[in-house]
Design a protein around this ligand. Structure first.
Ligand code: SF4
Ligand code: SF4
Ligand code: SF4
Length: 495
């Protein structure tokens, strides 16, 4: 594994691959050119992204290989068995011939390539979507100091806009080879669906709120800060006994952080779907397994039927399953679809700052919004006065703000008082850790004094008095069914 999407261009330009194979998602458009410049063979395997290449499934393997190895031809091969044979045989043939091309740039070579930069024109900085100080980094690299370029590399998303804009045509992505650390990291293999037996174990504590929440880190590597911020967020939540799941590029990026003992989060936390564990569910499309886990909770724990029952399931999840999705480095339409898909199921999403470019959020106005729900037992409409969850999709700017927002988005109306106390304990402790004070909206989420975590009791009671807090209603069967026109009877929510 070379890492998330942000490392794709860097790796291809480094020429380390003998054969480059593309599928249908999240592959950059100039892969054929980069493969050809690196002297690597290239095979496209999906008609969704065929790069205009000739489809050669009908040709004999020996003929395809001859064309590839002797004439550097690139092909589309839709017959996957034939593609596999071609790829393996091409790699075996090319590997011994390409040893020289796999050498990374030395610091001396990188300094020479940067010779024309004086760091003054700053055209590269203006092109960089992450506002990185490329000019300073390249200018210092010219003088033999690669420290700055190393830190730029850690925050670089690999778009190559700086390189395209550089007035002196400096191959900035290649120069970064001399600054990149040659560290390797350990990641757990993607484990696939959450099993029914695991759901039976955690369904009740999740719904009662005593497991404070299920978190999914999904999406790409368009991070606002360092590549290891996802690992920091995941660990802060796992320490607080959330069930943490990761997928796709977020799962890979989370492996790229080691503690003082050299361990990644995958080595430190158990890979089970349980409190305080960290699970790599798999590739980007494995996100569905985590939404699936929320659906399974409604189906297995609450015995709601799966078939033709979308509305009721989503209602159950939004009111009772404390879950939150995080797309910390959003780039693609696919990441937006993943987030929106989770929202449809009643799971709120927290986006990183680049998510604002999607130009669509689902945010409430706390004070003006209607927080009434039906009490499934009395069939009366009740004003809970609590914004839980407060927003369905919002952007946060820093990892610290993201941490407290993720925790807050896991509050649910169905939380029992002990469950809400556990969630509030996480919220207050995280807020104090990263913001240095009590949360300024604490009064919105405390329904009764019983819910105030013991360790913070005196401080919180003083705060509640100051802001004029009043107790709120706590429901054991909250539902939105019945608050709008629907064919679903409210009785269906009572199982
Ligand atoms: S390749 Fe990296 S440094 Fe260059 S513009 Fe893109 S993000 Fe910025
Ligand atoms: S655009 Fe090129 S020459 Fe100008 S500061 Fe950036 S790296 Fe240096
Ligand atoms: S997380 Fe998924 S959508 Fe985003 S870049 Fe990675 S593979 Fe693509």
């Amino acid at each position: 594994i070379i890492g998330p999407l942000s490392r794709q261009r860097f790796f291809l330009k480094a020429g380390l691959a003998d054969v480059v194979v593309t599928d249908e998602q999240c592959v950059i458009t100039d892969i054929p050119q980069m493969a050809s410049e690196a002297g690597a063979a290239m095979v496209a395997c999906s008609d969704k992204i065929s790069y205009g290449l000739e489809e050669v499934s009908a040709k004999p393997v020996d003929d395809i290989l001859r064309e590839m190895l002797e004439n550097q031809k690139q092909f589309l091969i839709l017959d996957s068995e034939k593609a596999a044979e071609v790829i393996v045989r091409a790699a075996l043939a090319l590997a011994p011939l390409r040893q020289e091309r796999k050498k990374l740039m030395t610091k001396e070579e990188a300094s020479l390539l940067s010779a024309k930069c004086r760091g003054t024109c700053e055209t590269c900085n203006r092109a960089c979507p992450n506002l990185l100080p490329v000019n300073l980094a390249i200018n210092q690299a010219r003088q033999g100091d690669f420290t700055k370029l190393g830190s730029v590399f850690l925050r670089c998303i690999g778009c190559a806009k700086c390189e395209e804009a550089c007035v002196n045509n400096i191959p900035i992505q290649k120069v970064m080879q001399a600054a990149a650390a040659s560290d390797t990291y350990k990641i757990r293999a993607g484990r696939g669906p959450i099993h029914d037996v695991e759901i039976r174990k955690v369904g009740s504590p999740i719904v009662l709120g005593t497991i404070p929440g299920v978190i999914l880190f999904a999406g790409c590597s368009n991070f606002p800060g360092d590549i290891d911020d996802v690992a920091w967020l995941a660990e802060e939540l796992a320490r607080r006994k959330y069930i943490v799941n990761l997928s796709g590029c977020a799962a890979m990026a989370a492996a790229m952080r080691k503690d003082e003992d050299g361990k990644t989060i995958y080595e430190k936390y158990i890979p089970e779907f349980d409190a305080g564990c960290i699970v790599n569910v798999g590739s980007c499309i494995s996100n569905a397994h985590v939404v699936g886990a929320a659906i399974k909770i409604a189906n297995i724990f609450a015995t709601l039927p799966n078939r033709a029952n979308f509305e009721l399931m989503a209602d159950y999840i939004i009111n009772r399953v404390g879950a939150c999705g995080v797309v910390w480095g959003p780039y693609s339409q696919k990441a937006l679809c993943i987030g929106t898909g989770a929202v449809r199921w009643g799971i709120p999403i927290v986006l990183g700052p680049h998510g604002s470019k999607y130009r669509r959020l689902f945010m409430s106005k706390k004070e003006a919004s209607d927080w009434r729900v039906m009490d499934g037992r009395t069939k009366q409409r009740v004003d809970t006065q609590e914004p839980t969850p407060e927003h369905m999709m919002l952007v946060t700017e820093t990892k610290e703000r993201a941490l407290v927002t993720i925790i807050k988005q896991c509050f649910r109306r169905n939380d029992t008082p002990p469950g809400r106390a556990i969630k509030l304990n996480s919220y207050i402790s995280a807020y104090k850790q990263v913001m240095g004070s009590l949360p300024d909206d604490l009064q919105n989420f405390i329904r009764t004094e019983k819910e105030i975590p013991i360790v913070y009791k005196r401080e919180v009671i003083a705060y509640l008095k100051e802001v004029g807090w009043k107790p709120k209603i706590s429901l054991s069967l909250p539902t939105l069914i019945g608050t709008y026109e629907t064919k679903v009877p409210i009785e269906a929510t009572v199982k």
